[in-house]
Design a protein around this ligand. Sequence first.
Ligand SMILES: Cc1cc2nc3c(=O)[nH]c(=O)nc-3n(C[C@H](O)[C@H](O)[C@H](O)COP(=O)(O)OP(=O)(O)OC[C@H]3O[C@@H](n4cnc5c(N)ncnc54)[C@H](O)[C@@H]3O)c2cc1C
Length: 379
Amino acid sequence: MSTSADRVVVVGAGVSGLAVARELAPDYDVVVLDKGGVAADTSSRASGMISLSLEPFPDGWATFALDQFRELDGRGIFSFAERETVRLVPKEDAEKYTDEAPTGGEFLTRDELLSQFPDSFGDLSAYGGGLVYDGTGYLDALDYAMTLKWQAEKAGAGIFRDHEVTGLCVDDGTVTGVDTEYGPIDADHVVYATGWKTRELLAEYVELPVRPLRWNAVVVEPESPLPDDCPLGSEPTMRVYWRPTRRGDVLIGGNEHLLSDPEETPMGVQSSFRETVLEDVAPLLNGVAGGTIRREDCCPTADCASPDGLPIIDAPDEAPDGLVVVTGLHGRGVMLSPVTGRAVRSLVTGEETPFPTSGFELARFEDRSADFEYRSHWD
Ligand SMILES: Cc1cc2nc3c(=O)[nH]c(=O)nc-3n(C[C@H](O)[C@H](O)[C@H](O)COP(=O)(O)OP(=O)(O)OC[C@H]3O[C@@H](n4cnc5c(N)ncnc54)[C@H](O)[C@@H]3O)c2cc1C
């Protein structure tokens, strides 16, 4: 474990960096540095879908993350709304699920869906039914980030905004700290949780196969509020997802795609996405056709894709000792953040994690170039 001299500098105060700080602050001198504000980049724009149980991931990830969201529920300004998720199944695909649904899901016919959620759906005539999952829910990503910050600070972490890290300090193959615009800061461990920027920031030390990734999301106010039990959902042909909000609106997201240069790309929600939402998605939900767009979210810079859709959370062999990287969260940075925090804790302390972490290792990629095809969650 740590000595009184052990300091961890975390670069990046998005949900990943904050989750790391919360995990390590009770035992280490933790300093978080962000060039902007806390969760001011991609993290505050996240839709707050918590749906790890829909994915074929090791069971331990969803369970660990859910336990943490449940434990935090009601603390500070954070609340976690547990709701089922319905993955709509087009008529032509329904037959394949009537005998056997994918692990974790239960297939309901359209009539069964309408009877289980009588006030939530609108026109489902194109669908044979839906796969219903539990162990899912939603949160407000900014409230969550602020609650992680509060907990990390309560445990002694120092979190500093407007502190750009300009370089890593390395002596004889071991990290000794970071350089910032205000001067160097010593550290025994340095964790880079800087999203897609991590590739260029650490290029001198390790090659990371990650690319910027854009998502679109809008909040629509229905003619009347959605019911309290409205499930989260997704539609596979349009590749969109939705979730209710606490005030009865609906957040609809999707249309993710890779970007070459986020800084040169207009980051507003794309008009084609806005049209899809209003014309094709809104009628699926009760009272949302004819609703009004109240808010639009797109990353101010970008989220970060990896070639296989899983993050890189590792202390790579070829990197200097004491360096940990967290990048490539691929649209799941919020829902995975408890897992991220604990995985980094394990890399720093050597403790075991209660879930498998081999899927996070950089060594799984032979090709480290950023020239890879996008692997969507939908495929
Ligand atoms: C519209 C949208 C919807 C999404 N919906 C969901 C969802 O429903 N569920 C989900 O789990 N995920 C979702 N995501 C993805 C999620 O937002 C990201 O995966 C997550 O926020 C990544 O967090 P991060 O902390 O790794 O990176 P970021 O939030 O990008 O944080 C990186 C931080 O590093 C800082 N930084 C960069 N360079 C430096 C430097 N040199 N010095 C100091 N600081 C630096 C930046 O300022 C930034 O604050 C969504 C994303 C978007 C855009």
